[in-house]
Design a protein around this ligand. Structure first.
Ligand code: B1M
Length: 208
């Protein structure tokens, strides 16, 4: 079995230590960090999502898998970041108020850092006011909002409104599984991207 398949299977079973061991093994074999992420970790997490949706597994199992995912991606983080000495600018990032999903947000953060952008991570359950305050305090050029729940998507509209009301010039980028370009346009967001890699490219473009 290929090491990438083994990574996905260990992740699906929530075997954190094994995921870390296999990710290290894949790196030692010379597999690119990006490939380990997209062809090892992410397919495993996708299968977890399908089982969760179909009620084959429940929140505790998903949490264990999520921890394994985070442990595996932490190992890749310094390798995905190309350690740019000069920062292109600053972005603040967070999962919107009411939403606790942070795996995708952490990946977006990692990829944006890889573009030489300083990222201030506000964590999860972030209110529009906190996004605005953090953007002001850090002189951020971009505000990145992630949402995984259909019920928390509207908070992104509140962020756009709060940014406009505060007179900030920061661009608002949105993303997350339920978000679409159409939704982003409807709330007046400056950019929508479907995945972490394109979010990083777009962030660099907006700051250029
Ligand atoms: Co949640 N959950 N969950 N969950 N969970 C979903 C999202 C769900 C689709 C599962 C399902 O039913 N199939 C469903 C939402 C349904 C809906 O809204 N229509 C759901 C639900 C219902 C819930 C609870 C309500 C369950 C409950 O308690 N009854 C609850 C809500 C808690 C809350 O937030 N208030 C809940 C809880 C949890 C856990 C805590 C158990 C755990 C989260 C752990 C954690 O994040 N630390 C969890 C997980 C893991 C999932 C699934 C299985 C996986 C999400 C994930 O991490 N995917 C998910 C099902 C699924 O998505 N298949 C599900 C991997 C990640 C890399 O992808 O986050 O999409 P994603 O990020 C991608 C892109 O979307 C994009 O880039 C990333 C990588 O390329 N992206 C951006 C993300 N943010 C971006 C920002 C950008 C640009 C791109 O620009 C700024």
């Amino acid at each position: 079995m290929s090491i990438l398949v083994e990574i996905g299977e260990a992740l699906e079973k929530g075997k954190r230590k094994l995921v870390v061991e296999y990710v290290q093994k894949a790196l030692d074999e010379g597999i690119a960090p990006q490939t380990i992420l997209t062809e090892g970790l992410l397919p495993g997490m996708d299968r977890v999502g399908v089982k969760f949706r179909d009620n084959e597994i429940f929140v505790p199992e998903v949490l264990v898998a999520a921890r394994a995912m985070n442990a595996g991606s932490e190992l890749l983080k310094p390798l995905l970041a190309e350690a740019g000495a000069v920062s292109l600018g600053t972005a603040v990032i967070g999962t919107v108020h009411g939403d606790l999903h942070d795996i995708g947000k952490n990946l977006v953060k990692m990829m944006i850092e890889g573009k030489g952008i300083t990222v201030v991570d506000l964590g999860v359950d972030v209110t529009p006011e906190t996004f605005v305050t953090a953007a002001k305090e850090n002189n951020a050029g971009i505000i990145c909002c992630s949402a995984l729940l259909t019920t928390t998507m509207p908070v992104m509209g509140e962020v756009v409104k709060a940014v406009k009301e505060a007179g900030l010039s920061a661009k608002v980028m949105v993303g997350g599984a339920p978000i679409t370009q159409e939704f982003a346009d409807s709330i007046g967001a400056d950019a929508y991207t479907a995945d972490a890699a394109s979010a990083a490219m777009k962030a660099a473009e907006l700051l250029a």
